[in-house]
Design a protein. Sequence first.
Length: 133
Amino acid sequence: MTEALIIEQTKTSPWVHLDKEANILKLGGRSIVEDPNRYYMPIYEWLAEYVKNPNPETIFEFDLEYFNSSSARQVMKLIILLEEIEKTGNKIKVLWLYEEGDEMSQERGEEIKLISKLEFEIREYPSDDEIDF
C-alpha cells in the first residue's frame, strides 16, 4: 500500500495531500517553484504507484490559486498519469476548484479540461473576502 504523501505549502509551493486509504487526492495553493521537476517528482512517483492499484473511485482535486507555465507542465503530467486509471477499469474524475471571481484559474481549468480525456468538473467556491458579520 502506498503511504500517504503530505507536503505543507510555502510561499512558492503548493500543499499536497495524497492518501489512498482515506481516498484523498488534493493539490492546491500557489505553484511558482524554482525547480518544478524536482518539486513534483515525489507527487508523480506517488501517483505512479497509486495508478497501479487505484481505489474503485478516485477524485483528484486541484485548488490552485496560481501556477506559472513550468508548473502548468507538471500539472499536465499529473493529468496524463491520472488518465491511466481509466485503463484499470476504475473511475477517475478531476475536480478543478477556483475562488469566486478568479477568472484566470477558471480559464486554466477550462483549457486543461479541453485537452484532458478525463471526467472533469470545474467548480467555483465563495471568496473569503465576502464574510458577513
